[in-house]
Write a protein that binds this ligand. Structure first.
Ligand code: RIB
Ligand code: CA
Length: 303
């Protein structure tokens, strides 16, 4: 099993990514680090706790809280896409305890990087503020990890918050620029790939019907809000942005990759440039194999 840390701003697709990670035997998720993005930090941390409580993975990953705002620009959230509470505004979650987080995100990231070095996979599925702050503290430790899998960017396709920028990179372009210039082993999963992974409502319903129970009911409820994207084939679906980052962290062969040099624009654009590559970019996807594996692993065996 690969020691794994997931940096997240839960969000509906983040929640699915966490459940998918806990159902993936290749990954041993030892920590969730939270960052402001889809929702303000405090809510991102509570939502990470809610999803962990829903699935009760063993061993339970620690939850460590990170940055409440981007490095320089004001926070922009995505309540219109994820609901005011970030998980589809369904309510009915367990009462949140006084203390949910047990540590600071940057401390946890650097400690894991120093302990695991080449074995560690860090999956970043929110704005890159925490990763940039960890770089500031100990760049050598971060450069020694195995892979940094980032959901973000729009390389050869339009953005989803501006014509050229994707949300995670747009929210904190200063952090993203530091991360892409630091010589890290980046595997980028941009909209170019995630838009090939739009889950149809009936695909999810059929899978959840195979594992009836409280977990499946909560998944059906909190995802309902997210089924609003129109796929190329005209169906409505939920784009599996963050789950795809987890999928390729566990099995890179699900995607095809280009080695690319990217620079980060002032508003979070991710542009190709000539020169030495600074990342691998997922460009193609075996959708059938990915969606089947995602659905098989989504509802934990213990549920
Ligand atoms: O653009 C998609 C990304 O932005 C995903 O990580 C989603 O959760 C939002 O954070
Ligand atoms: Ca996210």
């Amino acid at each position: 099993m690969t020691p794994t840390i997931i940096d997240t701003d839960p969000g509906i697709d983040d929640a699915l990514a966490l459940l998918f990670a806990w159902g993936s035997p290749e990954l041993e998720v030892e920590a969730l680090t939270t960052v402001a993005g889809n929702v303000p930090l405090a809510l991102a941390t509570v939502n990470a706790w809610r999803v962990r409580e829903l699935c009760r993975p063993a061993p339970a990953p620690v939850i460590a809280e990170g940055a409440a705002a981007p490095l320089r620009r004001p926070l922009r959230t995505a309540a219109d896409y994820h609901g005011q509470d970030g998980l589809g505004d369904i309510g009915g979650w367990p009462e949140t305890p006084e203390r949910v987080a047990s540590g600071q995100a940057v401390d946890v990231m650097i400690d894991a990087a120093r302990r695991h070095r080449r074995r560690l996979v860090l999956i970043a599925i929110g704005p890159l503020t925490n990763v940039a702050l960890a770089l500031e503290r100990d760049a050598e430790a971060l450069r020694a990890i195995g892979r940094l899998v980032i959901m973000g960017g729009a390389v050869d396709v339009p953005g989803n918050v501006t014509p050229d920028a994707e949300f995670n990179i747009h929210v904190d372009p200063d952090a993203a620029r530091r991360v892409f210039e630091a010589g890290l082993p980046i595997d980028l999963v941009p909209l170019d790939a995630t838009r090939q992974a739009i889950l149809r409502r009936e695909e999810l319903s059929e899978a959840l019907a195979r594992t009836p129970g409280p977990v499946a009911e909560r998944i059906a409820a909190f995802t309902a809000f997210g089924f609003r994207e129109r796929g190329a084939d005209g169906t409505t679906g939920l784009t599996l942005h963050d789950p795809l980052a987890v999928g390729v962290a566990a099995d890179p062969t699900l995607a095809t990759w280009d080695r690319v040099r990217l620079i980060i624009g002032a508003d979070g654009e991710t542009r190709r440039r000539a020169g030495a590559p600074n990342c691998r970019v997922a460009v193609g996807l075996d959708r059938a194999r990915f969606v089947q594996r995602f659905l098989e692993r989504l509802c934990p065996r213990s549920a």
